[in-house]
Design a protein around this ligand. Structure first.
Ligand code: MHO
Length: 203
């Protein structure tokens, strides 16, 4: 995962990675998202040979616009931290990129348990490695939107996964983002009218 200059990266497992890819991608301040496999030891995992890895999303964000705590807030409020997933593939986990992320996430985990009096199944660990998932899984919500997905994939070509705009659109088709934010992003795009119409329809 190559993060653009000046961005920081966070990695979260919160069930099937299609959903969080869209949720984080919709956030202003997020520069890039990528889904993949992490948290295990098996070399070269793939979707059909995951070994002990978990589906995760990596989020490159601009620390001037978003803090790690902001991302953690989205993380904690959008997965079921009280139940452990039946499969390791879908476990909930924060994979910290450095000591600071690790400490912050541990502290929040402890505070959540304290505040609610419940035990938290979500793990907090250090990131050891990350293997990008297959193209088919990247920006899945957008890729699987009829017509729009194919059109954008051909417009953006190799830049599809890396694009900030594509990350936003992936979030929008999944229902994220305010109407004002959507309009601002869409208005700035030079897309064919039928595609814009389709994107506006998804809300
Ligand atoms: N559609 C699958 C999850 C796919 S996700 C990439 C399911 O709901 O079982 O794991």
């Amino acid at each position: 995962f190559e993060a653009p200059d000046g961005t920081a990266t966070a990695t979260f497992g919160m069930g099937c990675f299609w959903g969080p890819d869209a949720r984080f991608g919709a956030l202003e301040g997020v520069a890039r998202t990528k889904v993949g496999y992490a948290g295990g030891t098996e070399p070269d995992p793939t979707y059909f040979s995951l070994g002990d890895h978990t589906e995760v999303v990596q989020v490159a964000y601009d620390p001037a616009e978003l803090s790690y705590e902001d991302l953690l807030e989205v993380f904690w409020t959008n997965h079921d931290w009280s139940t452990s997933a039946p499969k390791r593939q879908y476990r909930s986990v924060v994979l910290a990129h450095d000591d600071e992320q690790y400490e912050v996430a541990r502290r929040e985990r402890a505070a959540l348990a304290e505040r609610t009096g419940r035990s938290v199944s979500t793990d907090v660990e250090r990131l050891e490695g990350f293997t990008s998932a297959e193209e088919f899984h990247q920006k899945y919500e957008l890729q699987s939107t009829p017509v729009v997905g194919d059109e954008l994939a051909s417009l953006y070509g190799d830049g599809f996964v890396e694009s900030t705009v594509v990350a936003r659109l992936n979030g929008f088709v999944a229902g994220h983002g305010s109407p004002a934010q959507r309009e601002e992003v869409l208005a700035a795009l030079d897309l064919p009218a039928p595609i814009l119409m389709e994107l506006r329809r998804h809300r």
